[in-house]
Design a protein around this ligand. Sequence first.
Ligand code: 5AD
Ligand code: SF4
Length: 442
Amino acid sequence: MKLLRSWYIFKMGKSVYIYTYGCQMNVHDSEKMRGLLVQDGFEVARRPEEADLIVFNTCAIREKAEQKFYSQLGRTKFIKRRRSGVKIAVSGCVAQECGRGIFKRAPFVDFVLGPQNIPHIAKMVSGSPGSVYVDDAYDITTEELFPDRDSSLKAWVSIMYGCNNFCSYCIVPYTRGREVSRPSGSIVSEVSALKEKGYREVTLLGQNVNSYRSDTDFTGLLRRIDATGIPRIRFVTSHPRDLSDDLIAAMADLPRVCEHLHLPLQSGADRILGLMNRGYSYREYARRVELLRKTIPGIAITTDIIVGFPGETDKEHDSTVRSLQEMEFDGMFAFKYSPRKGTKASTMDGQVPDEVKSERLTELLLMQEDITRAINRRLEGTLQEVLVEGLAEADAGLMTGRTRSNKIVNFESSPEVVGSLAMIRIERTMTHSLWGSKADSE
Ligand code: 5AD
Ligand code: SF4
């Protein structure tokens, strides 16, 4: 059977492997590209060596992400040399950023496709090599793209594309264009169809979901999605400036919206927040968090921090340290500032040396580990609803899933519980996961 399949793929010359770098939007964009290619007759290859088309869905947010892609791309050149007819496509944010420039740096690449041009992928790869699709005026908002999803339990759902914020460090507005919201009807029907198929959770995706606006605003959209009856609703990413009282009230009120919010702070120093063009002060941010905690008991709040933004002094870094102690986030992603060509911050004075950035990063990471561990310890003895996803990575004898607050829980059980919402009593906690035992199930 396996032989027959390989022969078939060989005859058709159509199988695809996709490398994915970067954020959740990119993970979902890869699902969309795979969906479109499968509709066009492609098979999904398990390894790049077996594929006739290799797609690199790239991220440009930091230099490191770009380097990771280029080094893998370099290694892939040899696959192309060994097997004739293999085609290579570069999609995503580096594709949009560099356009035709990709061919200069890597002449063995055949196609370049920006994030707004995903609907064109099948047409592009059946055309002649050397083509570039990076037209950011392409309207992809109402398209139903029928993604080939990685999971049959949890689904990403795009609600808007692009970004209008222009944070001074960020390349996203340049790679993903201006904000465009999908009409609510098309989002709600996608979620309803997912529920019918047995999906238990949706995560609504957008660079700044709070500024969603079509025939309704984000709160209105959440209410309509809650009414579909899908058991769990999450959303990323929220901007502190646009997080309205109304949305916080809706989160408290709507039973299916999970008690977790990712709310990037970026810095605890007001002068740096100003230079970053974030549109809020640390006090204003702290007041949002206070209201969230008062209104939504048990809410987990996670954040992003950038260390070593141009001109950041030791004192300003200390303000960030203090803010982390005060906010007691459940989790934090921290990054060394990486200058991105074309952004305002990349030409600012006072670029911080890498050693200083590394020191500041290590300090924050160590401190946050202690905070996360202490917060998790408070959960010991509590009962948590866990969406069971499968076998635990760390211990194949255990099952794993996530709480409504998005924490990983491992527990003893059997694979029949996959897909159910199980009640787990938390017995032991660590920084990145909790351990418990099954108390009851749906
Ligand atoms: N350098 C470092 N980190 C960055 N981020 C965005 N742009 C940069 C940059 N140029 C971080 C922000 C954002 C997260 C997704 O990546 O913290 O919230
Ligand atoms: Fe996602 Fe930003 Fe990376 Fe693009 S640059 S893939 S939007 S994180």
